[in-house]
Design a protein around this ligand. Structure first.
Ligand code: FUB
Length: 332
């Protein structure tokens, strides 16, 4: 049974999606993708998501359900990223040990391969200055970062199949043109996790698979579309446990799995959000002012146009055993 909870459209003035949310010095900032009505074709490669810039939103008050949301303008434009050709997808921003703000973003390079760019700013609202090249050895999409209070390290979670190109990679090497998938019965293609280097500009190690186990301790399989990882990683900690959450893509759910450390393995626990109105589903989970919040998007305002999505927020609750209460996505 899913809970019907009150939701808020955070910024109905413009189409934005893929929220990554962080609280810096007590203030809440939202880092979304910036949708627009591009003429790019609608296909399984996600060509319709043809975004060109990022804006940073900030919450001007204590309550995500009611406080005003401010658009702080363009934080990064694709024309200022020397290596990027198209498609600025989901971005992530963290505060480094040096007090600067680091934005991580996917874009297709001149050969149409997704890489992870880094851009730096002195302010959480930007503008961000892009590094001349993407991170060495980076690939695929949807970079989300945990700054772990246990060891003061930054762990990046990433990947997305189909248009996100994750199926191209094995042992971190490109193996084909993205058209082959493991056979049914094999473990599903995993998201990846990698520790960032101390300078925040490169990986400190080779990315590793994020293994999601079912209740029997067996990796979730390729054909298990209701539970397998598709895209949109997020990591948060609750009561010392590591909660890896993600989208199941073509079955349109947000699910989660719990582990004891940032690398996993993680054990599948259930659904956070049932399908929303629109194809993609993408989220983050953040504690703010003593409550937990689920930020996500749907295509409700555009009446179902997948490339025109809108940001939403609602409260998220845990059961006493640490599991997350499932929220109904389609409630309006
Ligand atoms: O916004 C483009 C892509 O759509 C994101 O990277 C995915 O997570 C999906 O929301």
């Amino acid at each position: 049974m899913a809970d019907k909870v009150k939701k808020r459209y955070l910024f109905p003035e413009d189409f934005m999606a893929d929220p990554s949310v962080h609280v810096f010095d007590g203030k809440l900032y939202i880092y979304p993708s910036h949708d627009w009505e591009s003429a790019a074709p609608d296909d399984d490669f996600g060509s319709e998501y043809d975004m060109k810039d990022y804006h940073v939103l900030s919450l001007e008050g204590p309550d995500p359900m009611t406080s005003p949301v401010k658009d702080n303008g363009v934080a990064l434009d694709i024309k200022d990223v020397p290596w990027a050709r198209r498609q600025l997808w989901d971005n992530e921003v963290v505060k480094g040990r040096d007090g600067k703000y680091y934005m991580y973003f996917p874009a297709k390079d001149k050969t149409d391969i997704f890489r992870c760019g880094v851009a730096v700013s002195d302010s959480p609202t930007g503008p961000f200055k892009a590094m001349p090249d993407p991170i060495r050895g980076s690939y695929s999409i949807d970079y989300a970062i945990l700054h772990d209070d246990a060891d003061d390290e930054y762990y990046m979670y990433f990947g997305g199949i189909w248009g996100g190109q994750l199926q191209r990679y094995e042992d971190n090497l490109a193996k084909d043109n993205g058209t082959s998938y493991p056979a049914d019965g094999q473990p599903a293609i995993p998201a990846r996790v990698v520790k960032l280097a101390k300078d925040m500009l490169q990986f400190a190690e080779e990315p590793k698979p994020v293994v999601i186990l079912d209740e029997d301790g067996t990796p979730i399989k390729v054909e298990d579309n209701e539970r397998r990882f598709f895209e949109a990683s997020w990591m948060h900690k609750y009561n010392g446990k590591y909660y890896f959450s993600y989208s199941t893509g073509d079955t349109h759910k947000l699910c989660y799995a719990i582990g004891d450390n940032p690398y996993g393995p993680f054990t599948y626990k259930g659904v956070i959000l049932t399908p929303v109105f629109g194809w993609t589903t993408h989220h983050c989970i953040v504690e703010y002012n003593g409550k937990w919040w689920l930020f996500h998007h749907d295509s409700g305002i555009s009446k179902g146009i997948n490339r025109l999505r809108s940001l939403k927020v609602c409260e998220l609750k845990y059961n006493p055993d640490g599991t997350i209460r499932t929220i109904e996505g389609m409630d309006e």
